[in-house]
Design a protein around this ligand. Structure first.
Ligand code: FAD
Ligand code: UDP
Length: 369
């Protein structure tokens, strides 16, 4: 057992841990951050690959938020490159704009709908569901069966290893349906990539005199009694030794590839393959980063049940198990759980930062008492 000196221990150097760490350090607390991985940044970690192209080791991360507070906080640690993500879906060998918009309909069905025509089209084909409980309900309720089967059913089966009807509505509800021709993946007010990359932004965030970082260090190997408070951002079930059973997570295997001497591999940042291949999507990083290079680097995502926990799985039965762990967590006086894994919520990066800023505030109040 090694002893680390510092009043507050933060387990995990991703968005949750780094945000809380910075906020607490600025509030004059002494903070020790650890991560079992060899680097900071959590799943948003980026690095130059062997060919010098900036890639995201754990899959493509596109920053977007409507929160001015989150935007302002992160803007203290990075400059930005404006970037609006676009995605196309390959269906029967053709590429279509996705999320489904009016152009998707016109191209797919050989129509010439205007906005009102697209709205009428959706009204005609949709299968009204009430209540809307599952991801199947969400999609059928808005775009009907044909579009569901072409764009959603098989992608969801591949991504989650289960039926859309087994997943809560919130999963598919991440994807809007549009009657206009807006082909952006996100419509948030702030959409940009950290100009020097995510890792650089994390290094700036963690660069504070009250804060020390130790990577390659597992929580299990520390003496907790050396700390007055612990902020835990790993999987909540692991914190409790999975005493009620393991919370299920979905994982991915990332296949990175460098393609030399091509200006562009694909026309947009991400191309989805709902119905073909074992992978769900291919992302070409240079679209995201704007980097100039003689070649290009891509990543394919292969969903799997084994491996690092990347996605909580939003289903009712998992919520029941989560509630049991949350009841234990609620009794902790000196431990705060925050982040995508610790809260078991399908959070985007900005939602994690927002939750972490609130958590830091609460910790400051508690430690003042
Ligand atoms: P993490 O980043 O998982 O950090 C937790 C850290 O805790 C990890 O580094 C882990 O090593 C460490 N840890 C865990 N247990 C221990 C332990 N016992 N001891 C020491 N350290 C430990 N969000 C977006 O907004 N836009 C996107 O485009 C986007 N794309 C994504 C694509 C993929 C493939 C994935 C998986 C996620 C994506 N996200 C995206 C979500 C985003 O990754 C998360 O919201 C965010 O990174 C979560 O931050 P976190 O700090 O909660 O968790
Ligand atoms: N989805 C789909 N077809 C697609 C893209 C997404 O069916 O082409 C569904 C799928 O269930 C997916 C969910 O919508 O898990 C959310 O997609 P998103 O792109 O937000 O997933 P993430 O980027 O978080 O992996």
């Amino acid at each position: 057992m090694s002893m680390l000196h510092g009043r507050i221990l933060i387990v995990g150097a991703g968005f949750a841990g780094s945000t809380v760490a910075r906020a607490l350090a600025e509030a004059s607390h002494t903070v020790q951050v650890i991560d079992r991985r060899a680097h900071v940044g959590g799943n948003a970690f980026d690095e130059a690959d062997a060919h010098g192209v900036l890639v995201h080791r754990y899959g493509p991360h596109i920053f977007h938020t409507n929160s001015e507070k989150v935007w302002e906080f992160l803007s203290r640690f990075t400059e930005w490159r404006p970037y609006e993500h676009r995605v196309q879906c390959v269906v029967a060998g053709q590429r279509y704009p996705f999320p489904i918009n009016r152009n998707t309909l016109n191209q797919l069905y050989g129509l010439n709908l205007d906005e009102a025509g697209a709205a009428a089209f959706f009204e005609r084909v949709r299968e009204a569901r009430d209540p809307v409980r599952t991801s199947e309900d969400v999609v059928l309720n808005s775009v009907g069966r044909d579009l569901y089967e072409k764009f959603f059913l098989h992608y969801t089966r591949k991504q989650w290893g289960m039926e859309p009807s087994q997943l809560k509505a919130g999963v598919a509800a991440r994807i809007p349906t549009r009657t206009n021709t807006d082909d952006r993946y996100f419509t948030d007010r702030f959409q940009a990539m950290p100009l020097g990359g995510y890792t650089r932004m994390f290094q700036n965030m963690l660069d504070h005199p009250n804060l020390t970082v130790r990577t390659g260090t597992d929580f299990a190997d520390l003496d907790r009694s050396a700390f007055s408070h612990i902020v835990y951002t790993g999987p909540i079930d692991a914190f409790y030794g999975q005493c009620y059973g393991a919370l299920p997570y979905r994982s991915l295997r990332f296949e990175h590839e460098h393609v030399p001497n091509v200006a562009q591999y694909q026309p947009v940042g991400t191309v989805n393959y709902p119905n073909d291949h074992a992978y769900t999507r291919i992302t070409e990083f240079r679209h995201l980063t704007g980097q100039m290079h003689s070649g290009t680097s891509i990543v394919r995502e292969y969903p799997t049940g084994e491996g690092d926990p990347y996605y909580p799985i939003p289903r009712d039965e998992n919520e029941v198990l989560l509630k049991q762990y949350e009841a234990l967590a609620a009794r902790e006086e000196n431990v705060t759980f925050v982040g995508r894994l610790a809260q078991y919520r399908y959070y985007n990066m900005d939602q994690v930062v927002a939750a972490a800023l609130v958590a830091a505030q609460r910790i400051c109040e508690r430690l003042r008492q």
